[in-house]
Design a protein around this ligand. Sequence first.
Ligand code: 0L1
Ligand code: MG
Length: 257
Amino acid sequence: MIGPDIAGIAEKLGAAADTATAVPQLAAETGLDVDAAYAVQTALIQRRVDRGERVVGLKMGLTSRAKMAQVGVDEVIWGRLTDVMRVPDGGSVDVAGFIHPRVEPEVAFLLDRLPDPGEPVGAFTDAVRAVAPAIELIDSRFAGFTFSLPDVVADNTSAAAFVVGPWSPVPDGLDNLGVLLEVDGRIAQTGSTAAILGDPRRALDEGIRLAGRHGVRLRQGWVFLAGAATAAVPLRPGAHVRAVVEKLGTASLRASS
Ligand code: 0L1
Ligand code: MG
C-alpha cells in the first residue's frame, strides 16, 4: 500500500507558512496518522535547515486543558523551534507575515545536562540551567485555525515565533506561579503554571519521552517551551503584548502592521 506523500505534504505546509496563506486540512484526505505526521514535521524542519535555519529548541503544545478545549484536540504534542522563529525580548513581529497569529504566555527552560533517552530526568536542576517567562506566537497554517491531531502535528504544532524574557536561576517551586497575558496594558488572560500539566517541570519529562519516540533527543543549550498557561489570544496589528510570570518576570513583543 502506498502511504501519504510525506515530502509533498511538508512542501505544502512550508509554502503555506512562507506565503502566509491558509490551506485546507489534509490528514483525513491523505491518510496521515500521528506517526506519519511527525515524519512530515521532520521534513518541514529539514526544509528550513536546508535554507540555513538552525534548530534551537523544542516546544510542547496543548499542555493545558484551556488549550485543548480551545482547539478540540486532547493530546500533548511537541514541535521544533528554529533560530529564525526567535524574536528578541521587547522586539517586533510583522503580523503581515502570518495568517491568523495568536499569542500565549509560556514558561521557557534553558536546557543543560539531559539524561539519555529512556532514563528518568532525575534532578530537574541538573537538566535545566535557567528559567524564563516567554511568549509563543502560534499560527496554524490551516484555514479557520481548525485541524485534527495529525494535521497540527504535521504543521509543527502551529509554531511560528517565540520570545524569551530574562533568564533566572530555577526557583524552588514552579508549580503554582501566577501568569498574566496583557495586551495594550489590559489583562487578556490570567492563569497559573499549574495549568501546564500540573507543573511545568512535568512538560520536560513528557518532551524527552515523546520526542524520544521519534528519535529526537533534546540538546544542551536548547530552549524548551513548556507550554501555555492560558488559552491563546489573537495578535492584532499594533498590539503590545506582555507575559508576566510570578517570580520569573516579563517577556514582551510588539506587533507591527
Ligand atoms: O503551543 C501550543 O499549545 C499550540 C499547539 C497547537 C494547537 C494550536 O495551534 O493552538
Ligand atoms: Mg504554545
